[in-house]
Design a protein around this ligand. Structure first.
Ligand SMILES: *Cc1c(COP(=O)(O)O)cnc(C)c1O
Length: 408
């Protein structure tokens, strides 16, 4: 008899988007002539930068001719892209990351989900933020690294609470942990970590022989120059941290698909006898066994953002969303709501002072605006909502006008 992976039965069903859809459908049925504005979107809305579109076309044309046709590329990514990333993202920030420490993939979602495969299945102590990008926790549940879900939290996990008291940057745990997930600029809160805060995490990881998974999917939105763009700006991080990045939010690649993971060669983890092993060679083995590379035109399009023209175009893209974010944040503050994010991130996290679904319903029914209830991202998300800056300027301005009227 074929048996299932029973860890899947532990997963808390994600009712978040189904619940949102149900309430939104009820609203549209009752208000057919009041169009909704969706500020709950975690997806980009602006088209691809021109340099990327041009490179996609050129890549397709090369594949159309026998002389320039390409089949399988290197699983880890073409050298032209890995070199462009090492130079454009790391050397420019004073970080020494070699091109062969960069593994190109089709998404930071899959990378953050797959990476745990090279770590022990049993006895691994996880440290996971709350609120959280759900992939980090759910994939560990699937792999059997947690206990049951009791009252909205999985047993055996150290939750890193992000609250108004710590300004949404979690404190270092008082106990040792092995695999630590951090994401800054954060989804859903938009909070950023300072150099001092990241240094404390790197020191904690070193002291505990732990590994940090640092997700910087929103790096393109950092404007405060004192905020590190990479964890490798912290001395010693190349001994304890894996960095996850993506072209999704940087260059509008959510539908085009290209990302990368950095695994420095110095990174080690230990077997049951305490012997050290290279994580770089383990991930290389995993990646080359289970992945066959990102398509050539897409890698060409990703590399195109590292030209001067490309840099200007991706900067304009994130500037546009950040202008939306600033409008949203100012409007919320003018309404007396306390919020974080929006200055170095495309998300604004509002501390509503009431139940997060109640606030969601209020915005929906009185303003016709959809946001994301914080409770859907974890226990500490209760009382909050996330508003996204991924939208057109006209929609943002219209939504803010409606919210101001509704809350007046
Ligand atoms: C959007 C996002 C990503 C990027 O995922 P892709 O699979 O590369 O599109 C990664 N991490 C977080 C926290 C995100 O919000």
């Amino acid at each position: 008899m074929i048996r299932i992976n029973e860890n899947y039965l532990k997963l808390k069903a994600s009712y978040l988007f189904a619940d949102i859809a149900k309430r939104v459908n009820a609203y549209t049925a009752a208000n057919p002539d009041k169009p909704l504005i969706r500020l709950g979107i975690g997806d980009v809305t602006e088209p691809l930068p021109e340099v990327c579109v041009k490179a996609l076309h050129e890549g397709a044309d090369e594949l159309a001719k026998r002389e320039t046709f390409r089949g399988y590329g290197p699983e880890q990514g073409y050298a032209f892209l890995r070199e462009a990333i090492a130079q454009g993202e790391y050397a420019t920030r004073g970080c020494t990351i070699a091109p062969d420490e960069i593994f190109v993939s089709d998404g930071a979602k899959c990378d953050s989900a797959n990476i745990q495969e090279i770590f022990a299945e049993e006895g691994l102590k996880l440290a996971i933020p709350d609120p959280v990008y759900p992939v980090y926790i759910d994939t560990n549940v699937m792999a059997g690294r947690t206990g049951a879900n009791v009252g909205g939290r999985y047993e055996g996990v150290t939750y890193l609470e992000c609250t108004p008291e710590n300004n949404y940057v979690p404190a270092i745990p008082s106990e040792p942990t092995d695999l630590i997930y951090l994401c800054f600029p954060n989804n859903p809160t938009g909070a950023v970590a300072t150099r001092e805060q990241l240094t404390a995490w790197v020191e904690y990881a070193k002291a505990n022989q732990a590994i940090i998974l640092y997700d910087v999917a929103y790096v393109a939105f950092i404007r405060d120059e004192s905020i590190p763009h990479s964890i490798y700006e912290i001395p010693g991080a190349d001994e304890v941290a894996i960095e996850l990045r993506s072209f999704s939010k940087t260059a509008g690649f959510t539908g085009t698909r290209c990302a990368y993971t950095v695994i420095p060669k110095k990174l080690q983890a230990y077997d049951s006898t305490g012997k050290a092993h290279s994580l770089h060679s383990m991930w290389n083995r995993r990646h080359t066994t289970k992945f066959n590379g990102v398509s050539y035109p897409v890698q060409k399009a990703a590399a195109a953002i590292y030209t001067p023209e490309g840099q200007a175009q991706v900067k304009a893209l994130s500037d546009f969303y950040l202008e939306n974010a600033a409008l949203i944040r100012t409007a919320m503050q003018d309404l007396g709501l306390s919020c974080v994010g929006g200055d170095n991130a495309p998300y604004i996290w509002i501390n509503t002072g009431r139940d997060s679904w109640e606030f969601f319903d209020l915005l929906l029914n009185k303003a016709g605006v959809v946001c994301t209830p914080g409770a859907g991202f974890g226990k500490c998300g209760e009382g909050h909502v996330r508003i996204s800056a991924f939208n057109s300027r006209a929609n943002v301005e219209n939504a803010l006008k409606r919210i101001a009227e509704a809350l007046a």
